[in-house]
Design a protein around this ligand. Structure first.
Ligand code: AMP
Ligand code: MG
Length: 405
């Protein structure tokens, strides 16, 4: 058995970041920038009003109430035609440029219209009230994002506001996914003895998509070496990574093992963790000579999920340009129930459900039975507790928990 961290290092070392590309706004979400972004324009581009109201000279609105002559109306998008003089006001809408002569805006709620031509100001104004300066969000020449930034929704909005219409960013990894096993039924038909319903494909599809990758779902491949080899070779030209489920342990019909040993450079690992001891990692050359990492996950559903989380997901994030938070964040939590285990030289990852309590700390309890085929209790979990080798932990003990999405 090898320690988990050694397996993680091997996997990360074998996965290089993909070649960056130019992307447009609709493709940017969640991508990692491969460039600094410098703003060439001020945001906002001109001094404007933050409120609907009346542009005034603050000096005219110091003593209130006071009546001013309304000399113009400015909508957002309108260009001011006249400057303001003493004793005057201009009706103005949020976002409209501040007219020359004005140095404050009184919001409409603090005014009263007096006939067509006058407005009564009810609250005294100070210089700059209700005014947004040019460049008060972003200044021309400013570096708004550095290389390595992960673009979130607000970030994409900022890029639009500075007119960065395309940026160079890391692509989404195209991940081919397949499951193996003659016992697996996918079409909803009644189960014969020995058959079970396929669940890993469905589960992993959503996990890979949630990682930010494109999924190429190849479905269930029979335990047939020739067919599996054909499918794997064919998919290399249109994918960046391959995730397989099942067939990587010590069984007689572990076809993934047989085929990958032949066509790829593989490492068959027995990791010192439970569940998810067997794991395979390797590389396959594509027909266009790219190196395609292969993640061979075990078939037991919980093992599949946990090895995806601990090994495949961080590596796929690295391929997509992430350098930080490759792993889920871990937090020190308080145990509300014991986590029993036996000494076996392995780290146990136990599924837990946690909630923040009034003491400001995360309190967790096991989410149900912990067998590697027991996916239902995993569905109830929102964390993976790291239980070191030994006899387990007691209620009240501290435990490290990886927070699942
Ligand atoms: P394997 O890793 O192929 O030896 O499979 C280990 C266990 O996981 C066996 O009980 C399989 O029936 C089960 N299994 C394998 N693949 C899947 C799958 N895609 N969905 C549900 N169970 C699976
Ligand atoms: Mg199998």
């Amino acid at each position: 058995m090898i320690p988990l961290h050694e397996a993680q290092e091997t996997v990360l070392a074998g996965c290089a970041p993909l070649t960056p590309q130019q992307v447009t706004y609709t493709e940017m979400a969640g991508r990692v920038l491969d460039q600094d972004v410098v703003a060439f324009e001020d945001v906002p581009p001109f001094r404007n009003t933050a409120v609907d109201g009346y542009a005034v000279r603050a000096i005219d609105a110091e003593q209130v109430p006071v009546e001013l002559v309304v000399v113009d109306t400015l909508a957002a998008g309108a260009e001011p035609k006249i400057a303001m003089n003493a004793g005057e006001a201009i009706r103005i809408m949020t976002g409209a440029p501040l007219p020359n002569g004005a140095d404050a805006v009184v919001m409409v709620e603090d005014t009263e219209r007096v006939g067509e031509s006058h407005v009564r100001i009810l609250r005294s104004a100070k210089i700059h009230d209700g005014v947004r300066d040019a460049g008060s969000d972003v200044r021309a020449g400013e570096t708004v994002f550095v290389r390595g930034t992960v673009l979130n929704a607000a970030g994409i909005g900022v890029l639009a506001s500075v007119n960065a219409r395309t940026v160079r960013a890391f692509p989404r990894a195209r991940v081919a996914l397949l499951s193996t096993g003659d016992e697996l039924v996918v079409d909803g038909s009644p189960l014969r003895i020995g058959q079970i319903r396929e669940s890993n494909l469905t589960m992993l599809h959503s996990m890979i998509a949630a990682t930010g990758c494109e999924v190429i779902n190849l479905g269930v491949i029979r335990d047939d070496e020739e067919e599996l080899e054909h499918v794997l070779r064919e998919v290399t030209e249109r994918c960046d990574a391959i995730v397989t489920s099942g067939g990587v342990s010590m069984g007689d019909f572990d076809v993934v093992k047989a085929v990958l040993s032949k066509i790829a450079t593989m490492q068959w690992m027995q990791m010192a963790i439970k569940p998810a001891k067997p794991f395979a990692f390797g590389q396959l050359q594509s027909s266009d000579d790219r190196t395609i990492p292969i993640f061979g996950l075990p078939g037991n559903p919980v093992s599949s999920l946990i090895s995806y989380e601990l090994l495949a997901r961080p590596a796929l994030r690295k391929m997509m340009g992430h350098t930080e938070n490759l792993m889920r964040p871990a937090i020190r939590a308080v145990l509300n129930s014991p986590l029993k285990r036996k000494q076996d030289g392995k780290i146990h990852f136990m599924r837990v459900f946690g909630e923040f309590a009034e003491d400001g700390r995360l309190h967790v309890r096991d989410s149900g039975p912990q067998g590697s085929h027991q996916l239902a209790s995993t569905a109830m979990a929102n964390g993976l507790a790291y239980v070191p080798d030994g006899n387990g932990l007691l209620a009240g003990d501290e435990v490290s928990v990886y927070l699942l999405g």
